[in-house]
Design a protein around this ligand. Sequence first.
Ligand code: AMP
Ligand code: MG
Length: 433
Amino acid sequence: MSTAQQPLHPSLDQIASCVSGYDPDALPVASAQQVIRSFIRPVDSVEKLAIRAALDRVLAADIISPINVPAHDNSAMDGYAIRSADLDDKDVSLQVVGTAYAGRAFSGDVGPGQCLRIMTGAIMPPACDTVVPQEFTRDGNAQSVTIPAGVVRAGDNRRFAGEDLAAGSIALAKGKILRPADLGLLASLGIAEVPVQRRLRVAFFSTGDELRSIGEALDEGCVYDSNRYTLYGMLRRLGCDIVDMGVVRDEPQALEEAFRSAAENADAIITSGGVSVGAADYTRHMMAKLGDVCFWKIGMRPGRPMAFGHISSGGRGAYLFGLPGNPVAVMVTFYFFAREALLHMMGASPAPLPLMSVVSSSAIRKKPGRTEYQRAILSTAADGSRSVSITGAQGSGILRSMSEANCMVVLHHEQGQVAAGDMVDVILFEGLL
Ligand code: AMP
Ligand code: MG
C-alpha cells in the first residue's frame, strides 16, 4: 500500500542545494514549490475501472482511439446533400433521388443535377461534398428542390470521418484527470474500461493540547479542532482516500506512534500545528527523528512555518506535509503546496492554477518580498464589469472570511502596494467542472 522508501531518491539537502539562494528561514513560495516538485515521486499502482467509476480519477495510460469518430463523412445539418459542381451563380433546381437518415444510409447513386434529402448525422453519399440546409432551399418536394444562388460554398456542412478522433491517435493522454467530457469521449470510442491510478491514501491528524474534538467539553483556553474538517473536504475534493487519525496529544510517545502508523499505512501524511519555531511541542522533533524533513519559514502570508519531507517506519514510508496550525494557513498551504504535490503523487499532470486579472476595488497594503493570499469576493456589477474586494480582517485564524470569500487575491512575491483601481491576480474557488 504505502510508497516505496526513498533510497534512490536525492535527499532534501541535495535538492535544496540546486535552488539558488536557498534559505530555509526565508524561502520564497516558488522555491518551496520547486523543492517539493523535485522531491515527490508518483505512486506506481494501477487498477482497471468501468468508465463511470473512473470519473475524477487519473488515467494511467494513453488511450488510443480504436476507430474513427465519426466513422463516416456525414451531414452536419438537415437539408440536401449536393455535388458542389452543380452550384451556379443563379438558382438551380435539382432532382431529389431519395432520403438518407442517421443510422440508415441511402444506397443509390447521386448523379449530376441530382441531390439527396439528408438528415443530421446521416452518411454523405460519396458523390456529394456539400449540404444545403433545409431552411436555405425553396420549393422542396419529393421530386425536386431549388437551391438559391450563393447560399452555400463547396464543402459546407459536411463532417469528415475521423474529424473528432482519428483511429490510432491518442484520444486521452496518461495523467489526465477524467472529467465528464472524457467519459463521453471514451463512450464514443466504445471503450468500457480504462486503467487508472489507484487512489492516493492520505493520513492526517491535528496536534495541540488545546484542541478538542466535536462532542467533547470545551475546557477553558481550548478550541474545537476545525482543521481536520477542512482537510477532509479538500482531500475528498482531490479524490484521495483518507485516514482521519484524530487529535494527537503533544507527547513524544503518542506522536511517535501516530507518525509511525501513518508512515506504514499511507502515501502521504498531513499534520496541522506544532511546526512554528516557538512551539512548545514535540512534533518537529518527531518529524526530524523519523525521516528526511526540512522546516521552512516561507515568505508568505498566511502560512509562514511549514515542514516537508518523507518519513519512514517498518520499511515503509510516506511524504509528510507539516502544515501550520492556524485554520486559514492550513488551507492556503494545502492549496499552494500540498495540492500540486498530491496530484503529482497520483500520477496527474496538473496545469498551473489559472489566475484571472481583475480590478481591485480598494487599496491593499503589501510589502514586497513575500507572497500574500488575501480572501476576497469577486463580484460583477450591473454593467457587467468585474471587481474584487478583500473580505476585511485577514488574520490567519479567521476562518469565517475564508468561508465568505469566493476567491483569493494573489499578491506576488515582488509586488508592492495595490492602489484602488489597480489590476490584481485572483484565483477562483469554484470551477465549472
Ligand atoms: P500552532 O501552529 O500549533 O502554533 O497553532 C497556531 C494556532 O492555530 C493556535 O492558535 C492553535 O490553537 C490553532 N490551531 C492549531 N491546530 C488547530 C486545529 N486543528 N483547529 C483549529 N485551530 C487550530
Ligand atoms: Mg500547537
